[in-house]
Design a protein around this ligand. Structure first.
Ligand SMILES: [Zn+2]
Length: 428
């Protein structure tokens, strides 16, 4: 599988041009379409009807029959041009303010007008409504998207972008998690206390100028190790997600048997060294899937790490920022960072610094993927940023030399123009 993400905004007017250019200039053989799309009347699921959502007080918004027919026409056209169709599906995501009840509850809960990307509701895996919606959605999508050969689960993890502060990634503390933890015998109030104390520690760590404080990496790890209940919490978070992933995947397999027996199902996994921390136990879950797509995302080192370092830097000193970035990279096992962080020319691609990711990160991360080698097909994710084709070439070569069968590439809309695709000939 050599796939590319197909932006919703290309569907309406440019679909055929992009398909022809991809066929002419690239080796891409699979197109990933997200199950939600943007419309003039807000975000909606690419479904013809709300059949299957009868049990919900507020059914998920759908595009309706006419728009769905148009979309199906694009999928048929893509198939006729030799592409496979993959549905990108996020069981934890909703993009409708009507569905706020699914949301996870963080220590610093963003207000509804501060949602990530403006409208992204990141569900809690222990919320029964999240699970019911995910099952209804996946069943409906499998039933309606008859042209799809593949279904790829994405973002089955806890949030990682500290977009309104570190507190948003300390999640989930909702009533459903509280009840699930208590029935598993955990002292959830004590766990929450430790999580709050850790968050306080991380955002008020002493300056390095203070000669009695340990090196930063040790200090960060010590903040965690001093609180043994946090390990119980991490295990609980992971178990909660494992349950959701298994339940949704089983429902998808059942629906596939009924409506689309050839459908193959895969799962995206965050940077392998971090996947367990964000709750995705891929080394146990891979047997459920036909393939796994580990992510090698530049935005982790180029945006998330710098954001975390800023939020942990109570003093604001520049040297301190550099030191925190470096420590976070050590913990993530992504190798040393640049001595000088070069800002990206624009933030349109959500990348703050352009020179923080290099292809050796792929080599370095292979250790974490060893348990899967030879057992499940792997098609990793790499990103293109700043139209930097030489760097993309290095990433694709790194995937090649590490023996991956295929890949998923994230290109931005401007990377999919005729001239940009022509220029990228020979790379993917
Ligand atoms: Zn929860």
């Amino acid at each position: 599988m050599r796939s590319v993400y197909f932006h919703w905004s290309l569907l309406e007017h440019e679909a055929e041009r992009v398909l022809d250019d991809l066929a002419r200039w690239t080796n891409i053989d699979t197109l990933l379409f997200y199950a939600w799309t943007k419309t003039r009347k807000g975000d909606k699921l690419l479904l013809p009807t709300t059949d299957g959502f009868e049990d919900f007080d507020s059914p998920a918004p759908v595009v309706g029959e006419a728009a769905f027919d148009t979309f199906s026409g694009v999928l048929e056209m893509a198939k006729s041009k030799g592409f496979k169709i993959a549905c990108h599906f996020c069981p934890l995501f909703a993009h409708s303010s009507e569905m706020l009840a699914l949301r996870n509850e963080a220590l610093h809960q963003p207000t509804p007008d501060e949602l990530f990307h403006g409208d992204l509701i990141w569900g809690c895996p222990n919320n029964p409504l999240t699970i019911q919606y995910a099952i209804a959605e996946v069943r409906s999508v499998i039933k309606a998207w008859q042209s799809a050969e593949l279904l790829q689960l994405n973002h089955v993890e806890y949030p990682v972008w500290p977009h309104t502060g570190c507190g948003v990634i300390f999640t989930c503390f909702c009533q459903h998690c509280r009840e699930a933890a208590q029935s598993a015998g955990l002292d959830f109030a004590a766990i929450e206390g430790e999580a709050r104390a850790l968050l306080d520690d991380l955002t008020t760590m002493p300056s390095q100028n203070d000669s009695v404080s340990p090196p930063t990496t040790n200090a960060v790890l010590e903040c965690i190790l001093r609180r043994p209940m946090l390990a119980e919490w991490m295990t609980f978070r992971t178990a909660s997600l494992t349950k959701l992933i298994s339940t949704v995947t089983n429902a998808a397999r059942e629906a596939a048997q009924q409506f689309n027996p050839q459908l193959k199902i895969g799962m995206d996994v965050f940077l392998p060294s971090l996947a367990n921390v964000v709750g995705t136990d891929f080394t146990s879950l891979y047997p459920l899937f036909d393939w796994i797509s580990p992510k090698f995302p530049d935005y982790l080192t180029g945006s998330i790490v710098p954001m975390l370092a800023d939020q942990m830097n109570s003093t604001g000193e520049q040297a301190r920022t550099a030191e925190l970035r470096e420590s976070l990279r050590q913990i993530l096992d992504v190798g040393p960072g640049p001595s000088n962080y070069e800002p990206s020319p624009s933030h349109d691609e959500e990348l703050f610094y352009r020179n923080t990711f290099d292809a050796t990160i792929v080599d370095r991360q292979m250790t974490y993927l060893n348990p899967l080698k030879g057992k499940v097909q792997m098609n990793p994710w790499v990103w293109q940023y700043n139209q930097d084709l030489p760097l993309l070439q290095e990433k694709v070569s790194a995937l090649d030399r590490n023996g991956f069968e295929g890949y998923c590439i994230w290109l931005w809309k401007h990377d999919l123009t005729t001239s940009a695709l022509q220029e990228s000939q020979g790379i993917f």
